[in-house]
Design a protein around this ligand. Structure first.
Ligand code: PRP
Ligand code: URA
Length: 209
């Protein structure tokens, strides 16, 4: 399996274009982030393990595949990653949800941890880390570091928009994880915002600015 998947599906591209528009309001923005996360998860979860189970249909009994093993863990990076969780839970309602709280220092752009709670046993679960924005990559690398320190092994990272700088940094720091990106943008600006990007994802999801 390839380490990085950059989506080219027209539905995802169309929805990302609406997200970028500064006139898109909080309600619509939230709904679109969920929808995009759901479309991305459909592809990102194509390697979930299956096990045949016996099912009796109205016609006969057969062996038929169901998702096997420990339940999936969805781990949003707070705050903005929270916006993607319900889209994934729509596909996998039984998934467990962990949280990693990180904020980016406005001057150094380095991430600071303020919360970490993961569903046990994390080492036995497929883990999907969500954050709509992969900018410098500092938050993503730190989040995956924490998860590995807690024993996490099978890790997938999903972001809606990535900058080349962040994608390269995450790939180099964690060559063993799968990375799913809705769109790869041009670059970062001097404030480490993604260009053209969509602005501050957390503020747009939660209406805080
Ligand atoms: C944003 C975004 C990512 C991070 C990306 O979060 O949601 O977590 O920045 O930047 P990086 O790749 O350079 O680390 P922010 O720190 O603004 O916190 P918020 O989600 O609470 O708004
Ligand atoms: N975080 C955001 O929310 N947007 C960016 O462009 C960069 C980091």
């Amino acid at each position: 399996m390839e380490q990085v998947i950059i989506f080219d599906h027209p539905l995802i591209q169309h929805k990302i274009s609406i997200l970028r528009d500064k006139n898109t309001g909080t309600n619509e923005f939230r709904a679109l982030v969920e929808e995009i996360a759901m479309l991305m998860a459909y592809e990102a979860l194509r390697d979930l393990p299956l096990k045949d189970e016996e099912v009796t249909t109205p016609i006969e009994t057969c062996m038929t595949p169901k998702i096997a093993g420990r339940k999936l863990a969805v781990v949003p990076i707070l705050r903005a990653g929270l916006g993607m969780v319900n889209g994934i839970l729509a596909l996998v309602p039984s998934a467990k949800v962990g949280h990693i709280g990180l904020y980016r220092d406005e001057v150094t752009h380095e991430p600071h941890e303020y919360f970490c709670k993961l569903p046990a046993p994390i080492e036995e679960r497929t883990i999907v880390v969500t954050d709509p924005m992969l900018a410098t990559g500092g938050s993503a690398v730190a989040a995956v570091n924490f998860i590995k320190e807690h024993g996490g092994k099978k890790i997938k990272f999903m972001s809606i928009i990535a900058a080349p700088e962040g994608l390269n940094r995450l790939q180099e720091a964690h060559p063993d994880i799968q990375i799913y990106v809705g769109h790869l943008d041009r670059c970062l600006n001097k404030d480490a915002y993604i260009c053209p990007g969509l602005g501050d994802a957390g503020d747009r999801i939660f209406g805080t600015k």
